[in-house]
Write a protein that binds this ligand. Sequence first.
Ligand code: NAD
Ligand code: MG
Length: 403
Amino acid sequence: MSQSPQNITVLGSTGSIGVSTLDVLARHPDKYRAYALTANTSVDLIIPQIQRHSPRFAVMRDERSAQQLEDQLFALGHKETAVLSGEKGLLRVASDEAVSAVMAAIVGAAGLSPTMAAVTAGKKVLLANKESLVMAGHLFMEAVETSGATLLPIDSEHNAIFQSMPARYQSGKSTGLASEGVRRILLTGSGGPFRELPLAQLPLVTPDQACAHPNWDMGRKISVDSATMMNKGLELIEACWLFNTTADRIDIVIHPQSIIHSMVEYTDGSVLAQLGNPDMRTPIAHALAFPDRIDSGVGSLDIIATARLDFEAPDYQRFPCLRLATEAAAVGGTAMAVLNAANEVAVDAFLAGSIRFTDIPLTIEHVLAAKTIVEPDTLALVQAQDASARVLANRFIETLIRA
Ligand code: NAD
Ligand code: MG
């Protein structure tokens, strides 16, 4: 007997991960249906997605773009999709009873409350929005535990780590990494576009140079994070929460080819890795179908053409963001939400051409030093820390601009 397709909500459908997710969904109309699509304000990008997938709901960030979308859909004679707006709309489609799985692919802190809503509603949550875990990891993982939600990592490294874990761990029946004989996690990263750039040139790099990643095609914020290696720092924190471990059990390894997506070492000396072409459709398809396997559209890995796999230790001097993230992880509490907020503000300012690339870590360091760190026991407290860190970051950036 054939089952009806599972309803999937794609938060951030117009972004890089959102587009890859819709590509995978479209390959399996018998299994999945895009139930809700959401975007910031890009009406032009979401219209063809709505026409192609006929979701039950589309959510825009504000009422103005929702009204624009509604008008344009009306003019096109498209009647199947109801348009919602704002946080209320996002929370609705993240927790809707009809939804089986939620792809959390909004970028940045804006993804926190809809992702938490999906977790609280006990959904299968495909987590791309690493910032929500960095900001509120403790509360987030507690909510997963309480609601019985299934959390599957989309970030390629964390998906690779998950795939390299024993079946007992993957099925949620493990008591922890130690009982599985895991000695350490090897978190790989390409080192980004500036791994070998002469240090003196770093202050001069442009947003377009920072966004030209050698191996991955991603949104602009995560591309800049990859260039500063803040992305690897956020991923270190993400891995601590996801795998309930500490940073001293995770080694960051630079692997410029991005073919190995991360590794797990066991006490007997075995090291298991997941390899593949650098294409996010692989982790997306893995998490969507887990524990089954489905076609993702990603071609076979040509291991002969790949020929070489190189590895290096990370350079903390070149990449101060990596040090700042590691320190914030050690401090704990709201340090990670503060780190994340200052980084988002600084990256925005860099992308807008207001500050230099090397001002990004300066801003974060300044804000971290200025904030009192506490142990957050509510989401509201995390959000308040996020907001005040943004004020401090913006003030510091003003002084940089005037100098
Ligand atoms: P992107 O910038 O390409 O897309 C972001 C999406 O979020 C868009 O649909 C945009 O409309 C929406 N959005 C942005 N601001 C919003 C707001 N304030 N309110 C509501 N919606 C908003 O980003 P991306 O590269 O697809 O990354 C998405 C998330 O996935 C990030 O957290 C990133 O760290 C993570 N991630 C991405 C990749 C990748 O390959 N792109 C890999 C691993 C993890
Ligand atoms: Mg990653």
